[in-house]
Design a protein around this ligand. Structure first.
Ligand SMILES: [Mg+2]
Length: 123
């Protein structure tokens, strides 16, 4: 399968960190800084996996996930939420987000989740 991933976060530092991590692992990495841009990038590049921040300007991660999944139902979205956003987590899973990870997280754990996602996709 194609190792293409879209990283969506309004914080430049987070985008950069994750971009470096996945590039080092051989992924083709796309980035977006808000939900609106994320929807556009998914339409353009159809990445297999999307790491989606929740809180962002213009369009938040929940709304963006909903729009993406309406159009590309096989997208694997992993949502990055802040501590305590339990209601958001539930809503995200309801719209079809596959997994949620609470910020701040260990990036090696995130990497592990992404690798698991690929395995799930193969089997
Ligand atoms: Mg944010």
């Amino acid at each position: 399968m194609k190792r293409e991933i879209l990283i969506v976060d309004d914080q430049k530092g987070v985008r950069r960190l994750l971009e470096e991590l996945f590039k080092r692992d051989g992924w083709t990495v796309y980035v977006a800084s808000d939900g609106k841009e994320a929807v556009e990038k998914v339409d353009a590049f159809l990445p297999k996996i999307i790491l989606m921040d929740m809180k962002m300007p213009n369009m938040n991660g929940l709304e963006a996930s909903q729009k993406i999944l309406e159009r590309h139902g096989d997208s694997y979205i992993l949502m990055m939420t802040a501590y305590g956003e339990m209601d958001v987590k539930k809503k995200a899973l309801d719209v079809g987000v596959k997994k949620c990870i609470t910020k701040p997280f260990d990036i090696m754990y995130l990497r592990e989740l992404v690798n698991q996602a690929i395995m799930e996709d193969i089997s």
